[in-house]
Design a protein around this ligand. Structure first.
Ligand SMILES: [Zn+2]
Length: 174
């Protein structure tokens, strides 16, 4: 979870809150963590950003499941799929409150895997007669990690004007 921790730390620092918050690195493989009167469990999820987890808060009155922003990706770039079995188990046992966020969840069908982005970009860049400008969420270092090999095989140059992307990329390789 080093990447997400690094991202949140730089946001907190940006707003002068870095010293007011205790950051604790957690792992979906690390079992439950005591948080006051609750126990928190972290379930691996997938998104365009690596290290996404859902938080299951086990309380005396039932389980609260906060999925975070997620996208079910069966071929995630980091090779670590979402723990759908554990989500199913939690559902079978009963969830008192589900807080869930996934873009286009109301639309039927699936969104293409992040793994399709690299080949598509390579094709577009290879066939482009001139300059190609690619934009990406600053918080999506996966985008940068896709771009690097794409650029290498395309005899092109990677110029990042957004400092945030560089920071994200640096955080992701720390
Ligand atoms: Zn999303």
């Amino acid at each position: 979870m080093r990447l997400t921790l690094g991202l949140i730390k730089s946001k907190l620092d940006e707003h002068g809150l870095g010293n007011d918050v205790q950051l604790v690195e957690v792992s979906p493989d690390g079992g439950r963590v005591d948080v006051g009167p609750f126990q928190a469990e972290f379930v691996r999820m997938t998104h365009s950003i690596p290290d996404a987890v859902a938080v299951a808060l086990h309380t005396a009155h039932g389980t609260i499941l906060h999925t975070g922003d997620f996208k079910i990706d069966m071929t995630p770039i980091d090779g670590r799929p979402a723990d759908l079995a554990r989500l199913r188990q939690l559902g079978d046992r009963g969830v008192a409150l589900l807080l869930s966020d996934s873009t286009n969840a109301e639309n039927p069908g699936r969104t293409a895997s992040e793994a399709t982005v690299g080949p598509s970009l390579r094709k577009i860049i290879a066939e482009a007669p001139g300059r190609v400008i690619v934009t990406s969420f600053a918080s999506t270092p996966v985008g940068v990690s896709i771009m690097r090999p794409t650029v290498r095989t395309s005899n092109a140059e990677l110029t990042s004007s957004a400092q945030a992307i560089a920071t994200s990329a640096a955080t992701s390789t720390e």
